[in-house]
Design a protein around this ligand. Structure first.
Ligand code: ADP
Ligand code: MG
Length: 263
C-alpha cells in the first residue's frame, strides 16, 4: 500500500500545523453493540483542535463505527461523546447542529449522480444553511478551485475519474464550513495513480489547520501529517502514538503483526 506514495514527495510541513489546547472531540468510555456483537469496547480518545489523527487496524476492528459515532451516523449505547462542546444525545436539534460542524468523506464518494458537480456542492448550503444560491455557488467554486477541478463544475459525477470524484466529495464537505473532518478510507477505492491527488488535497487541508480524523492505511500520509496514529483491533484502541514512535517502536504484538502485513 505504502509504495504507491512517497511521503517525501507530498511536501507537508508539520511545523506549520498548529494544535490548540481546546478539545474538538472527546470519547469517554464509549461502548456500542450491534445486537449481541460488542463492536466498540471502552473507547477513550481526546482530539484537540487542529490535530490530525490517523486510525488504522484490521478490517472489522470498528474503525468506521467509531468515526460514524462522532457524527451520529451510528449511536453509541454507553459512555460519552462530546463534539465541539456538545454532547451527543438523542436531542435531534443538537445532533443537527453537530452534523453541520462535522464533514465526512467516505470510501465510495457518495455524490448524487443526477446532480452536477456544482449542484452537489451547493445542495446542503442552500437547503440546510438556507444560503442564497449565488453565494453558495461562489463558495463552491472557491473549494472546487482549492481541490483543483473548477473546470469540472458543470459535469456529472459519472463523467469524472474516481480521484476527481473524491476531490469533489471533499470540496462538497468543505462548502458547509465544517470544524472537523472525518475521512473513512478515502483512497481505498481508487486506482493507485489517483491516490496521490486525493492525499495532496488532504495534506493541504491539514496545513490549513483543519481538525481531521482519518481512517486510512496510507502510512506515508500518516508519517507526513498525523500527530497521532491509532491502532484499533476488535473494538478497542490498542495503541496510540506519534507517527515516528508508532512505526519504529510498536508496543503490541498485534500492532507489529498488522504493520508487517501492510508495510
Ligand atoms: P472497520 O471499519 O474497522 O472495518 P466496522 O466498524 O465497519 O469495522 O465494523 C466492525 C464490526 O461491526 C464488523 O464485524 C462488522 O461486520 C460489524 N458491523 C458493522 N456494521 C454493522 C451493522 N450495521 N450491523 C451489524 N454489524 C455491523
Ligand atoms: Mg471501515
Amino acid at each position: 500500500i505504502d509504495n504507491t506514495i512517497d511521503a517525501n514527495e507530498l511536501h507537508a510541513d508539520r511545523s506549520k500545523m498548529h494544535v490548540s489546547k481546546e478539545v474538538a472531540v472527546s470519547l469517554t468510555g464509549v461502548n456500542k453493540w450491534y445486537g449481541e456483537f460488542h463492536v466498540l469496547k471502552d473507547v477513550n480518545l481526546t482530539v484537540r483542535k487542529g490535530e490530525r489523527i490517523v486510525i488504522c487496524g484490521p478490517s472489522g476492528s470498528g474503525k468506521s463505527t467509531m468515526i460514524r459515532c462522532i457524527n451520529r451516523l451510528e449511536e453509541h449505547q454507553a459512555g460519552q461523546i462530546v463534539v465541539d462542546g456538545t454532547e451527543l444525545t438523542n436531542d435531534l436539534k443538537r445532533i443537527d447542529e453537530v452534523r453541520r460542524e462535522v464533514g465526512m468523506v467516505f470510501q465510495h464518494f457518495n455524490l448524487f449522480p443526477h446532480l452536477t458537480i456544482l449542484e452537489n456542492c451547493t445542495l446542503a448550503p442552500i437547503w440546510v444553511k438556507k444560503m442564497p444560491k449565488k453565494d453558495a455557488e461562489e463558495i463552491a467554486m472557491q473549494y472546487l478551485k482549492r481541490v483543483r477541478i473548477p473546470e469540472q463544475a458543470n459535469k456529472y459525477p459519472g463523467q469524472l475519474s474516481g480521484g476527481q470524484q473524491q476531490r469533489v466529495a471533499i470540496a462538497r464537505s468543505l462548502c458547509m464550513n465544517p470544524k472537523i473532518m472525518l475521512f473513512d478510507e478515502p483512497t481505498s477505492a481508487l486506482d493507485p495513480e489517483m491516490v496521490k491527488e486525493v492525499l495532496e488535497v488532504m495534506i493541504g487541508l491539514a496545513e490549513s489547520g483543519m481538525t481531521m480524523l482519518c481512517v486510512t492505511h496510507e502510512m506515508g500520509f500518516a508519517r507526513q501529517v498525523a500527530n497521532r496514529v491509532i491502532f484499533m483491533d476488535a473494538g478497542q484502541i490498542i495503541e496510540m502514538n506519534e507517527p515516528n514512535e508508532f512505526f519504529k517502536n510498536p508496543q503490541h504484538e498485534r500492532t507489529r503483526l498488522f504493520l508487517s502485513q501492510i508495510l
